[in-house]
Design a binder for this molecule. Structure first.
Ligand SMILES: CC(C)(COP(=O)(O)OP(=O)(O)OC[C@H]1O[C@@H](n2cnc3c(N)ncnc32)[C@H](O)[C@@H]1OP(=O)(O)O)[C@@H](O)C(=O)NCCC(=O)NCCS
Length: 108
């Protein structure tokens, strides 16, 4: 039996002028979407407006991959108003929810 493990994604670090200010992990799904598993601006750099630039990198990555991804998907906690505002501002739509979290999608 031949088994194989293939790396299909990785943690990305986001630097501004050589300083690491944030990170994200986005992985392809079986349905050829891109799922955002983790997205963070480090605490000392929050409130500086960097989050939109980082999210644009995620979106660009989805569009530029071959084959291009259909959507960016993510779960966000319902009480994370700052993140929900950010995602909505960038065109993400609510596509579902569970007890604690909202499922959002951005068609690419
Ligand atoms: C979510 C996160 C990436 C946002 O980055 P940030 O640097 O704090 O946010 P920004 O300064 O770029 O502001 C983002 C927007 O949220 C708005 N905002 C700030 N606080 C808010 C609040 N309490 N409610 C609603 N919107 C809020 C800002 O005004 C800004 O909107 P604008 O661009 O329309 O002016 C960052 O706070 C973070 O890393 N948090 C911890 C990890 C996390 O929660 N990740 C998301 C997991 S799904």
């Amino acid at each position: 039996m031949l088994t194989q493990v293939t790396l299909l994604g990785a943690r990305h670090v986001f630097e501004i002028d050589g300083v690491e200010v944030g990170t994200f992990v986005a992985l392809p799904t079986q349905s050829n979407d891109l799922e955002l598993w983790s997205f963070e601006i480090y605490p000392e750099f929050r409130g500086c407006g960097y989050s939109g630039r980082l999210l644009n990198e995620v979106i660009r990555m989805g569009k530029n991959e071959y084959p291009p991804r259909g959507r960016v998907l993510l779960w966000v906690l319902k009480d994370n108003e700052r993140a929900i505002h950010l995602y909505t501002k960038h065109g993400f739509l609510r596509a579902g929810e569970n007890e604690d979290s909202i499922f959002m999608e951005l068609p690419l």
